[in-house]
Design a protein around this ligand. Structure first.
Ligand code: AMP
Length: 289
């Protein structure tokens, strides 16, 4: 497995692949890898001849009071896991390598970047837009794989690629969870034992929201009530948001008539957790349209 920390080396290796006629899949990550990341790697391997993973804790997507410095890191372990998976190369640039100059370009998404996670993380999606654009321009993958776990990110990256005509196919892979439903996240190691015990309530709330829709409820407010109540029982989870929005454009429907994204974000003492599910309407509701 090759490891590149310089943009130039990554570009040269990419050129070599192209000369050999090999296709390339990229899995962008911030490291401290878990089974969720590895599931994306396996999907990537099924989609192209070569698979690269990038590991970069991107400072521009963290606000001043967020957990950039506390974000867990263990590169040696990450390299070991990726080697076992048979990844071809890892791109692991420093912040200086990626941002020799502070970018003056800004990426915005017509306000979608200020919804959901963006409401409490105002610089987040602008930073994601910049770093993903840079990674795409440096590595020029044929396909890039992202996780449904970060639903808003996946939606905005699809728009970035469409709007700016990147010749890159975007694939979104399902969320990998612990047995008790908690979505795997690098940040889970920062939970206290008590918070870890409370955290599966997030998934329970999503499932209960889904059940409520599938039993015929089409008023998003009532679905949210059910979800909020479940989170509200957990003292250690402070709800940031619970939403029931269109899975296509994050707009809030008056009535649920198409696929909706149920999404939740909570804060614990020092850790932010997010999760979501997409509810495709079952027959009872579509029959009532
Ligand atoms: P991160 O390292 O947290 O930036 O995540 C890198 C990629 O892995 C993103 O596309 C995430 O959506 C994805 N990812 C993170 N957690 C999970 C999970 N539990 N299941 C599937 N994909 C995930």
């Amino acid at each position: 497995m090759e490891i590149f920390s310089s943009i130039e080396h990554a570009r040269c290796a990419r050129l070599e692949l192209r000369k050999r006629g090999s296709t390339l899949a990229l899995v962008p990550t911030m490291g401290y890898l878990h089974e969720g990341h590895l599931s994306l790697v396996r999907k990537a391997q099924s989609l192209a001849d070569a698979t690269w993973v990038s590991i970069f804790v991107n400072p521009t997507q963290f606000g001043p009071n967020e957990d950039l410095n506390r974000y867990p890191r263990d590169l040696d372990r990450d390299f070991e896991l990726l080697q076992i998976e048979g990844v071809d190369a890892v791109f692991v640039p420093s912040a200086e390598e990626m941002y020799a100059k502070k970018p003056i370009i800004e990426v915005a998404f017509s306000g979608l970047e200020n919804m959901l996670c963006g409401a409490s993380r105002p610089v987040h999606f602008g930073g994601v837009g910049i770093v993903v654009t840079k990674l795409f321009n440096i590595i020029e993958p044929d396909v890039a794989v992202f996780g449904q776990k970060d639903a808003q990110q996946a939606l905005l990256i699809r728009r970035l690629v469409d709007d700016l005509s990147f010749a890159i196919r975007i694939e979104v892979a399902p969320t990998v969870r612990e047995a008790d439903g908690l979505a795997l996240s690098s940040r889970n190691v920062n939970l206290t034992d008590e918070e870890r015990r409370a955290a599966p309530a997030i998934h329970r709330a999503l499932i209960e929201g889904q059940r409520t829709i599938n039993t015929g409820e089409n008023n998003p407010d009532r679905v949210l009530e059910v979800m909020r109540k479940i989170i509200g029982r957990e003292e250690l989870l402070r709800l940031d948001y619970a939403v029931c929005v269109s899975a296509d454009d994050l707009s809030t429907p008056k009535k649920i008539t198409g696929p909706v994204l149920l999404a939740i974000a909570v804060n614990t003492s020092a850790t932010r957790l997010i999760d979501n599910i997409i509810v495709e309407l079952g027959s009872p509701i579509s029959g009532r349209r």
